[in-house]
Design a protein around this ligand. Structure first.
Ligand SMILES: NC(=O)c1ccc[n+]([C@@H]2O[C@H](COP(=O)([O-])OP(=O)(O)OC[C@H]3O[C@@H](n4cnc5c(N)ncnc54)[C@H](O)[C@@H]3O)[C@@H](O)[C@H]2O)c1
Length: 425
């Protein structure tokens, strides 16, 4: 930690002088997050989170700042760190620090810093934890088990985190209830699809400025995020190729007009590769060996283990940073392969993460889950819980109102018809 930082009793950020720029970013997001605005108004009046302490570990973006300030307006005490070494906006972190939030986050930290920040945020002895990727919950369970007794519950934002927490619950290793925010319909079907689709392509374009039209665009994993990336790449004229391990997902890709093939085959024909699987070692040495000159490789899955960059390091003759967030590897046969954002989430490291409009719904789920934990965390079974359909419908309804979309409703007669098994043809 040799570089300069702004340090105080309750924060460590890159430079507090960036606060004014950060505040403008937050204002911009706030104006595009009407569901959060409605929740802030209601719960600031109710003070629903007064007396509760929330430790969060989630990308420090302008949208996250809106979540943090909404939790604070509802009465909670907050401490926060970023959940990825490359996703923190230093401007936003400075603005939050200046607004009195306990925050430990800066762009470009190393692994040691990462856990130091988490440990600092746990000093408030949280009553709730809020995660993206489950590193905070793991830290509580493995390194600070003494805090568990005081914790009512936690939330988890992303697919990879939910997978791991469900595995923990199955093994009896999870010690407090967790709400799977990721699995809400108003999160998984919007944030992961439309958010990841748009922002990942944004990251690729900012890092490379290449033309997408006509390129072979390989999407590894045709789940929510992969589908979103394919949808947007297709819309920009790229030829999408999907790789999958799940037959139904591969079939969907085929019927959406994409070629589906194994990565061993796709590696030789792709121009741009994006991994979105949540699985490790999806692109490895043998794939780099056959890639075309100029191939661009990036990841939008949660962890940086999907692309085995160590293999590329071993195969390459040299490397240089040719553009921000873009490393050029020169292979021994003269081919050049480009890795974006060091294999970390390309949308957050090379662009700004998801647009505010989509985070509005994801963070409404986070916020309402925190209120639910405050109200009934103590009675909840220690397990990973789904968000209720009622919460999903409430969030979608508020969002629709802001989009000038009219919603039909069933008449009493139609409601009766739904369960009527006496009528046929
Ligand atoms: N970039 C972001 O901002 C962002 C946003 C949301 C989620 N995520 C992360 O993206 C990842 C994917 O999330 P999701 O919601 O799309 O999950 P998902 O479960 O909907 O989709 C993942 C897909 O990958 C497939 N897959 C798994 N291993 C594979 C392999 N080796 N080769 C090819 N396909 C494989 C699965 O069959 C599945 O269809 C997770 O790590 C998640 O945490 C990132």
């Amino acid at each position: 930690m040799s570089e300069n930082f702004s340090l105080a009793e309750n924060y460590k950020v890159r430079d507090i002088e960036l606060a004014a720029a950060g505040r403008m970013k937050i204002d911009w997001s706030e104006s595009r997050m009407p569901v959060m605005a409605a929740l802030r108004k209601e719960h600031a009046e109710k003070q629903s989170l007064k007396g509760f302490r929330i430790t969060g570990c989630l990308h420090v973006t302008k949208e996250t700042a809106v979540l943090i300030e909404t939790l604070k307006a509802a009465g909670a005490e907050i401490s926060w760190s970023g959940c990825n070494p490359l996703s923190t906006s230093d401007e936003v972190a400075a603005a939050l620090a200046q607004a009195g939030i306990s925050i430990y986050a800066w762009h470009g930290m190393n692994t040691e810093d990462f856990y130091w920040c988490i440990d600092k945020t746990l000093e408030i002895k949280p009553t709730m934890t809020l995660d993206d990727g489950a590193d905070l919950i793991f830290s509580v369970h493995n390194r600070h088990p003494g805090l568990i007794e005081g914790i009512l519950g936690g939330t988890e934002e992303t697919t990879t985190g939910v997978h791991r927490l469900r595995a923990m619950a199955k093994d009896g290793a999870l010690k407090y209830p967790v709400i799977a925010v990721n699995d809400a319909e108003t999160k998984w079907d919007f944030d992961n699809v439309f958010g990841t689709g748009q922002s990942s392509l944004d990251g690729i374009m900012r890092a490379t400025s290449v033309l997408l039209a006509g390129k072979n665009f390989v999407v590894a994993g045709y789940g929510h995020c992969g589908y979103g990336c394919a949808l947007r790449a297709d819309g920009m004229g790229a030829n999408v190729i999907a790789t999958e391990i799940k037959a139904t997902a591969a079939l969907k890709a085929t019927l959406n007009g994409h070629r589906v093939m194994q990565m061993d085959e796709a590696a030789a024909v792709g121009d741009i590769f994006i991994t979105a699987t949540g699985m490790k070692d999806v692109i490895v040495g043998r794939h780099f060996e056959v890639m075309r000159d100029g191939a661009i490789v990036c990841n939008t899955g949660h962890y940086d283990c999907e692309i085995k960059i160590d293999d590329l390091e071993a195969l390459a003759e040299s490397k240089r940073t040719i553009r921000p967030n873009c490393e050029e590897y020169l292979m021994k046969d003269g081919r050049r392969i480009y890795i974006l954002a060091q294999g970390r989430l390309v949308n957050l490291a090379a662009a700004e993460g998801h647009p505010s409009e989509v985070m509005d719904m994801s963070f409404a789920n986070q916020f309402l889950s925190m209120v639910a934990l405050a109200e009934k965390g103590r009675e909840m079974e220690v397990d990973v819980h789904d968000i209720t359909d009622e919460q999903d419908q409430t969030i979608a309804t508020i969002k629709l109102e802001t989009l000038d979309a009219g919603l039909d409703f069933l008449t009493p007669d139609q409601i009766a018809y739904m369960d009527d098994y006496s009528a046929g043809t």
